[in-house]
Write a protein that binds this ligand. Structure first.
Ligand SMILES: *[C@@H]1O[C@H](CO)[C@@H](O)[C@H](O)[C@H]1NC(C)=O
Ligand SMILES: *[C@@H]1O[C@H](CO)[C@@H](O)[C@H](O)[C@H]1NC(C)=O
Ligand SMILES: *[C@@H]1O[C@H](CO)[C@@H](O)[C@H](O)[C@H]1NC(C)=O
Length: 330
């Protein structure tokens, strides 16, 4: 095994030397487009059946991606076409049902498509935040393993696990930021359900699929707060990297320099992570790289333009709910 990976590293190295010397491009996509799942509005009204919090859009844009909204309750064919046009998907936080909402149906389809594509070598990264994290535990394990925790509005430092060293997500984070993440309250928790470390450990399916990168405690129960799939570009945080720079309605959201960096480096990882040489020194999984490695594209520029979130106007909703701005869809 070891030999194989050294060989792989050697080849990667040779490959990049070759491409520098002879200008042979390693194919990456510098125009990534990420789909953000919309979700059901609790009290839907005409033209307001689904929404996306604008902070998720800004979060991805800040790291160099464009965004398209993935509407709920569309046909499987439509989702397949979309899947083949975009370079990754973000399953956001919120309050939709994990069992019976438009959100859960869409997430289920995209998860399946992502597993199929990645298994065939068609790179497609998936990110889950908060409810999206919880959705992924359900999709991977096939059962609801969540427990209630007292974590509805608190910023916490991360308790990194020993496995973080073998992981990908935090590898390119600056050393000083990692120190701050481990000691300062930089990650926003705004959830009442969590997967406890105990439940996670009892699930063979979760344990064999995800590497746990960090945990947290509500004082009573320890829960998983960051995880990444071993063999797929699937990442999830129970905390909210998008809130630090873009949401202001809750006093517990940190806005310090380190807090903003936390959001940025998280988005940067998802959008930009590329194959780097030092990877080989740290990691046995060398096929790494997120949205820029997905080569999906829209069939035409016209279709791309029609799909982009720029076609929709966010509304200022700070007096109505916990978000500064929402996109509403019918
Ligand atoms: C979307 O589908 C869900 C689940 O089937 C349903 O509850 C919801 O009413 C649908 N929403 C719209 C806007 O059609
Ligand atoms: C879960 O498993 C990890 C890794 O094996 C271990 O470090 C941790 O203590 C376990 N946690 C619980 C609550 O069983
Ligand atoms: C980190 O883990 C320790 C030991 O389980 C726990 O007491 C502490 O509350 C955790 N810290 C956070 C911020 O969750």
């Amino acid at each position: 095994m070891i030999h194989f990976f050294y060989l792989a590293c050697l080849l990667t190295f040779t490959d990049s030397v070759f491409s520098k010397r002879f200008g042979a491009p390693i194919k990456t996509n510098d125009r990534p487009i990420i789909g953000v799942l919309a979700q059901d509005v609790f009290n839907a009204t005409p033209q307001r059946n689904a929404y996306i919090a604008a902070s998720y859009v800004k979060f991805l844009e800040s790291a160099g991606a464009r965004v398209i909204p993935v509407m709920i309750n569309r046909t499987e064919d439509e989702y397949k076409r979309l899947f083949n046009s975009i370079n990754g998907v973000l399953i956001p936080g919120g309050g939709a049902s994990l069992q019976s909402s438009g959100y859960s149906k869409t997430a289920t389809i995209f998860y399946r498509l992502a597993l199929e594509a990645n298994s065939k070598g068609d790179y497609f990264p998936v990110w889950g935040t908060c409810l999206g994290f919880e959705m992924l535990t359900l999709l991977t394990s096939g059962e609801s393993l969540l427990s209630q925790t007292n974590t509805r509005g608190v910023a916490l430092p991360l308790n990194f696990t020993d496995d973080v060293r073998d992981g990908r997500l935090f590898r390119e984070f600056p050393e000083e930021l990692l120190k701050s993440l481990a000691t300062e309250r930089l990650t926003v928790n705004s959830h009442k359900w969590s997967i406890t470390t105990e439940s996670f450990n009892k699930s063979e399916k979760l344990k064999s699929f995800y590497r746990v990168l960090s945990t947290n405690s509500d004082g009573q129960n320890e829960f998983v707060s960051t995880m990444e799939a071993y063999d797929f570009p699937i990442y999830a945080t129970q905390w909210h990297p998008e809130k630090n720079a873009f949401e202001w309605r809750r006093r517990y959201i940190p806005h310090s320099g380190r807090a903003i960096e936390t959001g940025f480096y998280t988005a940067h990882f998802f959008i930009s992570e590329g194959i780097t040489l030092n990877l080989c020194l740290y990691n046995t999984h060398f096929f790494i790289s997120e949205a820029r490695k997905s080569l999906h594209s829209f069939p035409s520029v016209t279709e791309e333009r029609k799909a982009l979130i720029y076609n929709y106007k966010p509304e200022y909703t700070a007096t109505l709910n916990a978000f500064e701005q929402l996109y509403y869809f019918d």
